[in-house]
Write a new protein. Sequence first.
Length: 97
Amino acid sequence: SSDQVLHRTVANTICSIDYTIIATDSTGQNRQTSKLFAGVYDNEVGYYEYGSIDVPFLGPGVGDFKVTYNNGNVELTVSPFTSNLVDYKIMVTSYKE
């Protein structure tokens, strides 16, 4: 399903957050590495995906990532491109308010 929550943090505790995501679909033999950063102010979140690498290079990727504000939280979500089981490894760097 779309917009699956991968990470959640309370919005009023941070002013910015960075994500490095390594998503691996072993069945489809695809891996996607993506980098996103987001700025947070009150109940607004703006984000930018500034890098994504698919392996194999011409592969379909694994999913579409977004950072959103939802009910007092900042959430990293994914809309997968596959119904296969995907392993997500995520490095999170948050900056305190």
